[in-house]
Design a protein around this ligand. Structure first.
Ligand SMILES: Nc1nc2c(ncn2[C@@H]2O[C@H](COP(=O)(O)OP(=O)(O)OP(=O)(O)O)[C@@H](O)[C@H]2O)c(=O)[nH]1
Ligand SMILES: [Mg+2]
Length: 255
């Protein structure tokens, strides 16, 4: 199947926008008392009239070997505390993460709503319908490996073919977790460039760890929390935005 070329990072959305005055105003709609605001099932950020925005929804399935850090990554991206112990996810867990972005050529900002679908590896293996439910109408699949577990990296091509057929029109993104554990890394930069060369897929590096706590001892420092999550959220937004532009015929798929 023909896959669109990837846009160079930062070419479609401005990665610095969230730090601008306008970006900070939009960001404040997803924050509450210096922490990420939690939204109920039918809630979404409420923007004042002077901050117009469109909302774009995407379903994203997160898969990878047990313990690789799927649940931790989703917690990190949603501004929640990352569990320090590994508890296998049973069944399917879904979470929504809102993220304001300003595409470079768009008249107004867009609130991306990423709807993450997470399922423990053993539940996926045991029940066929779980994979179907997670994949159904998804816009992207994130394939996770851990920098501390080489076998999880080597299994990525097989994981992709077990999960998706060639024809499935879904964005594929590979994410290396536990990047903070560089002393124990089993996967080198050269391995990543060779992989990218061979498979032509984007690879992101993440560290899903809790940042320092604030003086109240309870809340996490939003700035550190955001600085780790921002590149991944912006990267996903850019890829999905690019696909939408191709589907709408606004950009060619091979330029
Ligand atoms: N240091 C570090 N630890 C991580 C990172 N990501 C995950 N972990 C830890 O790895 C363990 C497993 O993470 P989970 O997110 O529960 O793994 P999972 O992929 O959801 O596993 P299953 O639900 O069993 O499929 C937890 O103890 C996490 O705290 C990371 O980026 N850095
Ligand atoms: Mg899990």
């Amino acid at each position: 199947m023909h896959r669109p070329l990837l846009p160079p990072p930062g070419s479609l959305i401005s990665p610095e926008w969230q730090q601008s005055e306008e970006g900070r105003d939009y960001l404040s709609c997803i924050l509450r008392r210096r922490k990420r605001r939690l939204f109920g099932l039918i809630e979404r950020p409420v923007l004042p009239p002077q901050l117009p925005a469109d909302v774009a929804n995407y379903k994203i399935f997160v898969c990878g070997k047990s313990g690789v850090g799927k649940t931790a990554l989703i917690a990190k991206l949603g501004g929640l505390e990352v569990p320090s112990m590994h508890h296998e996810t049973t069944g399917i867990q879904t979470s929504r993460v809102f993220w304001p972005v300003r595409p470079r050529h768009s008249e107004r900002p867009i609130i991306f709503c990423f709807h993450f679908w997470d399922s423990g590896e053993s539940a996926l293996k045991k029940f066929d319908h779980i994979l179907q439910a997670c994949k159904e109408k998804s816009d992207a699949v994130l394939f996770l490996f851990s920098f501390t577990d080489r076998s999880s990296f080597e299994d990525i091509p097989a994981l992709i073919s077990r999960t998706l057929s060639q024809e499935e029109d879904v964005a594929r993104v590979v994410i290396g977790t536990k990047f903070d554990q560089f002393m124990h890394t089993d996967v080198t930069d050269q391995d990543i460039s060779d992989f990218q060369q061979t498979w032509q897929l984007p690879v992101m590096r993440v560290r899903s760890v809790n940042g320092p706590r604030l003086s109240d001892g309870l809340s996490l420092d939003t700035r550190t929390e955001l600085s780790d999550a921002t590149p991944v959220l912006n990267g996903l937004a850019e890829l999905l935005w690019h696909r939408d532009q191709i589907t709408a015929g606004l950009v060619a798929s091979d330029v």
